[in-house]
Write a protein that binds this ligand. Structure first.
Ligand SMILES: [Zn+2]
Ligand SMILES: [Zn+2]
Length: 339
């Protein structure tokens, strides 16, 4: 099969490798579509908790093509979205019902071979049937599952006034979950016009176009929009310069959700007095476990919409072009590798 193979950061090739065989309890999935996300750029640079050699790709949709020994829950020919997380079940975090902090956390496409290949090996119980979803809808199951976890963490109060920074795929999904999850108003702030248009198309109440590095100048507009501050401020860009302004935009007693992935070395200056005196809450949301079924339910019902999110498609052999599009193509919202 053809696969993207990294042997070190920034060093990859698309080459022929032997077809992998499913072991007991595993299935072989023939790739239909694999989403590229910002995490793949961090992985390219050697960030996150990447292990090499690696085939990346953690947003995986394909068709069951071979069953390992003992698998009777899935049929060959079924289209599935693969939950990329691999949890040990026996470490102290797993035993405390905090599997996201599993001491032996593995992830297809980050530590183990993922979806940018002709075939992926997955545990049968990690495959969610999506026969009824179009490929470009099904490919949103993993990002939406992460957003569902973000909502679990956020614990949104009904009637909240929410401002969200970032209109990438995850920002657009989170904004919709806030709309349907009890927010009285959702405002999305981002630099790119067509992404904000999509946010409005998905039902967001207010959008504000603010260029990268221009947030400081736009703060008065945001303060006018919510003179007492926003109940919830969601940072979904990963830019420390944005997070820095989040406490100042929150209402007294408000919450800040750190959803975007920054680099591990990044630092942000806060006033501890402000966090203390105004009783602000800062929450983090990283990946997901056990949210795939709810994500599929949202997509199946059509409550969460995805049309227009995948803008750019490449065959496996042009993985490098997909990375390039994510970095530099202003018309690219989400790139995907298609079979
Ligand atoms: Zn991702
Ligand atoms: Zn564990």
């Amino acid at each position: 099969m053809l696969a993207v193979r990294y042997d070190a950061p920034r060093s990859f090739a698309v080459l022929e490798v032997p077809d992998p065989e499913p072991g007991p309890g595993e299935v072989r999935v023939a790739l239909s579509i694999a989403g590229c996300c910002g995490t793949d750029l961090h992985i390219h640079e050697g960030g996150f908790f990447t292990r090499y050699p690696l085939t990346p790709g953690h947003e995986i949709v394909g068709v069951i093509e071979r069953l390992g020994a003992g698998v009777d829950s899935l049929a060959i020919g079924t289209k599935v979205a693969v939950d990329n997380t691999v949890l040990c079940g026996v470490c102290s975090a797993c035993q405390r019902d905090q599997p996201l902090f599993c001491r032996n956390f593995h992830s297809l496409g980050v530590t183990d071979d993922g979806g940018f290949a002709g075939y992926v090996i997955a545990r049968a119980e990690k495959c969610f049937v999506v026969d009824d979803l179009a490929d470009e809808v099904a490919v949103m199951v993993e990002p939406l599952a992460c957003a569902v976890h973000g909502m679990d963490v956020l614990d949104l109060r009904p009637g909240s006034d929410v401002v969200l920074f970032g209109a990438g795929p995850t920002g657009l999904l989170l904004a919709q979950l806030c709309l349907h999850g009890g927010a009285a108003r959702v405002t999305v702030v981002a630099p790119t016009g067509f992404k904000l248009e999509l946010a409005r198309h998905f039902g967001v109440d207010q959008t504000l176009q603010v260029g990268r590095g221009e947030l400081e100048a736009a703060l008065p507009k945001l303060h006018r929009l919510a003179p007492e501050g926003f109940d919830v401020v969601i940072e979904a860009t990963g830019a420390p310069a944005v997070l820095e302004h989040c406490p100042g935009l929150a209402r007294d007693g408000g919450s800040i959700l750190v959803y975007g992935m920054a680099d591990a070395e990044d630092r942000v200056a806060f006033s501890p007095y402000e966090i203390f005196k105004r009783e602000l809450t800062i929450k983090g949301s990283f990946a997901q476990t056990h949210c795939f079924d709810r994500s599929v339910a949202y997509l199946r019902s059509g409550r969460v919409r995805t049309e227009g999110i995948v803008t750019t498609r490449f065959p496996l052999g042009r993985f490098g072009d997909a990375l390039e599009a994510m970095r530099h193509d202003p018309t690219c919202l989400k790139a995907a590798i298609v079979s």
